[in-house]
Design a protein around this ligand. Sequence first.
Ligand code: 13P
Length: 254
Amino acid sequence: MSAARPFFGGNWKMHKGPDEARAFLHAFAERHPPREDRTVVLFPPAIALPALVGAAADRPDVEVGVQDVHQEREGAHTGAISASMAAEAGARWGLAGHSERRREFGDDDERVARKVDRLLEAGVAPVLCVGETLEQRDAGRLQEVLHRQVSAVVERLSDRDRRELVIAYEPVWAIGTGRTASPEDAAAAHELVRKDLAAWIGDAAEAVPIIYGGSVKPANAGELLTMPGVDGALVGGASLDPEAFASICAVVTA
Ligand code: 13P
């Protein structure tokens, strides 16, 4: 840990429509009492976002985010949603640059940077996702890839906006594979990201939450979150189960 409050994100990806989202919230809320010492954000599919926001109305400690937005403000982009629409529907947070978007939908660094711009403009706090493939890691390119992905976004921002970022380090080879980065590997990558940030904002980089994603489960969350510089988790599969996600959100952090 280094940032003030640990951040626990649940990225549902393409799971759960409005009814399931409501049912999840009720089950999760029973298992997770409100706590002021951590941030908890659920990222449902956009179509379930308003239902989840409604279900969480009496739990302001459980926030809702959008998984992706278009890089344009509006226009003829069938099937897409804009950052301002997401904000209107109640999204307080927005993912940008998730590796599944980069791989399946061709989101490159430039597009990711524009999405972050749109989110900030709409008053939605961005969670920038970065991470290397196994091939890149094995080729010794970890630092270069992280530097490229972080810089592409950070160089366009004001210092104020740089301090607003949350960055999720999600090694591609650990996502949905059951293979987690070792706590030491995660901490080392977080340090690289923080050094890149410090080049722009100096000591303020210490307070930017850098969270880990990739096969986080109740069994490994505690160990990961006690590593220096690991400020939270972005959880995929295990966030679909209210009990598992509640248990991750309850871990003791350093
Ligand atoms: P898993 O936890 O299923 O590996 O997914 C991680 C992730 O991609 C979160 O954004």
